[in-house]
Design a protein around this ligand. Structure first.
Ligand SMILES: O=C(O)CCC(=O)C(=O)O
Ligand SMILES: [Fe+2]
Length: 209
């Protein structure tokens, strides 16, 4: 009981808030009409957020056929049709702030939230584009908010060519935009560095996955 009270007092004391977007987002133009926006440290005072996300998101593991074997997907995942159901208020605010900031370019709000939990450096996501939905055919945006241990997001053009990398630190925002999902691929590579847990929340417009 005393512990629970203390924990909630700590949550209140931990003043989690969003920094500014205007003037603080750095855009990198890529070939083929793709771009990446990066805003390091967007979520401030976010130390408690990782624990809440790890505890309160209904994580599940997935298994996939790979050649003649069925293997565990090397990360835990979860999906919210409506990002407003996320268990952390600052992420509900993040969805609204991103929808407002990108409205002139995107013309529609961010709606869903995909969640990935990388337990350590052995967890990863292989090269892919988010092309299950409209990202296969239309310009769109995927906004990633990252918590916990820093990991690298790598990007490479689909047709071949040098890759580039962005560091994704605690509280960072990274937005992939334009044609990025269909003309480029992205990945979070495994690392042999000693890294702790990381949770990535990906906000997407309706019909993008
Ligand atoms: O971990 C990340 O930030 C990227 C995850 C990702 O690319 C995906 O789930 O589609
Ligand atoms: Fe992705």
């Amino acid at each position: 009981m005393a512990l629970a009270v203390q924990a909630s007092l700590l949550d209140l004391a931990d003043d989690v808030r969003l920094g500014a977007l205007g003037g603080r987002v750095r855009r990198t133009l890529l070939a083929h009409g793709a771009w990446v926006d990066h805003r390091p440290g967007w979520v401030e005072g976010s130390d408690s957020v990782l624990d809440t996300l790890v505890r309160d998101i209904p994580w599940r593991s997935e298994r996939r056929r790979m050649y003649d074997r069925v293997v565990d997907v090397p990360r835990l995942i979860s999906w919210y049709d409506d990002a407003r159901d996320l268990p952390v208020p600052v992420l509900v605010d993040a969805r609204a702030a991103l929808s407002a900031y990108y409205a002139p370019e995107l013309g529609e709000p961010f709606v869903s939230a995909g969640c990935c939990f990388y337990r350590d450096g052995r967890d990863s996501v292989a090269w892919h584009g988010d092309t299950i939905g409209r990202g296969a055919t239309d310009d769109t945006m995927v906004a990633i908010v990252s918590f916990g241990s820093p990991r690298t997001l790598a990007l490479r053009p689909r047709g071949g060519g040098p890759s580039l990398t962005f560091p994704l630190g605690h509280g960072d925002l990274l937005v992939m935009g334009g044609s990025c999902q269909r003309t480029w691929e992205h990945a979070v590579p495994k690392t042999s560095r000693a890294v702790g847990p990381r949770v990535s929340i990906q906000l997407r417009p309706a019909g993008v996955a």
